[in-house]
Ligand binder design. Structure first.
Ligand SMILES: C[S@@+](CC[C@H](N)C(=O)[O-])C[C@H]1O[C@@H](n2cnc3c(N)ncnc32)[C@H](O)[C@@H]1O
Length: 276
């Protein structure tokens, strides 16, 4: 079902002909389009703070392995799904609201030779089109901040997980010191931004039936990474490959704000592993 919030979120993320835009940028950056690797794509397709590094850390903490079928909720252009398939041998299904992202994700997956392990579907994380207990692990990075009905989101994740299954989360949460400065990469205005505090998220996960096994506050590492990125963009302009390809020239203001949001404690980061 299309709600006004979901429409606004798709408008925020959609960039026409995104697949072609990404391929042209990769070619300009000197990449061989006939032999693309997940590492080539990482500066654009791991669309969260600390990119591929953060994904590898969470996957190790969650104990992902080759016998697992993972659901990547809010899979974006698919970088994380491909990384989990390539590095850990997992079978991965990605689901994302933004159709343009799902199309780019499928194209990039075929080009990196991972289509036998990774597939994508367009859909809403609060209405997962999957059977009960279908997955060994449910994974999500930097998505819940766009979702107001978090009780329903985690209920759906719980429903599609097998008993004993793993929930892996890497998310932006509300910090202790006041409102977020907009625009940020996930929202141009407060209308599509819904950050939970760490306390509220922990309570929500436990109320849903999850046991939190591991919770790391990774705000400090995020702060250092984002400040370095914002400073590099300020000094040198956009690199050939970066999040500006997804978000357009506004990304400069978003990066500056994100640096300040982290620096001033307006947002915090959490890496969480929980079990059903
Ligand atoms: C910042 S991107 C992160 C993408 C990906 N997880 C990554 O880390 O590369 C946020 C993604 O969440 C998706 N999203 C937002 N609300 C959603 C919803 N209700 N259901 C599914 N996807 C959603 C957006 O379309 C977007 O692709």
């Amino acid at each position: 079902m299309q709600t006004p919030i979901n429409e606004a979120i798709q408008t925020h993320y959609t960039r026409a002909d995104l697949g072609d835009v990404i391929l042209a940028a990769l070619e300009n950056a000197g990449k061989d389009l006939t032999r693309l690797t997940p590492e080539d794509l990482a500066p654009i397709d791991q669309f969260h703070i600390r990119g591929r590094m953060a994904t590898l850390e969470l996957a190790r903490a969650a104990g992902l392995h080759a016998a697992m079928h993972v659901l990547d909720v809010g899979s974006g252009v698919g970088g994380t799904s491909r990384c989990l398939a390539k590095e850990f041998g997992c079978r991965v299904t990605g689901i994302d609201l933004t159709d343009e992202y799902c199309q780019a994700a499928a194209m990039l997956t075929a080009r990196t030779g991972l289509a036998h392990l990774v597939d994508f579907r367009q859909g809403d994380a609060t209405r997962l089109p999957f059977d009960d207990q279908a997955f060994d692990a449910v994974w999500t990075e930097h998505v819940a901040m766009n979702i107001p009905d978090k009780a329903r989101l985690y209920r759906e994740m719980h429903r599609v997980l097998k008993p004993g299954g793993t929930l892996a989360i890497y998310d932006v949460l509300a910090g202790p010191s006041g409102p977020v400065l907009f625009p940020v990469p996930w929202a141009r205005t407060p209308d599509t931004s819904f950050l939970a505090t760490p306390e509220a998220l922990r309570r929500l996960l436990e109320d849903t039936g999850f046991t939190v096994a591991d919770w790391s506050d990774t705000t400090e590492a995020a702060r250092a990474w984002f400040l370095a990125l914002a400073e590099k963009i300020r000094r040198e302009g956009f690199p050939p490959l970066g999040f500006h390809l997804l978000l357009g020239p506004d990304f400069k203001a978003m990066a500056q704000n994100q640096g300040r949001n982290l620096e001033e404690g307006r947002i915090v980061l959490a890496q969480i592993v929980a079990r059903k």
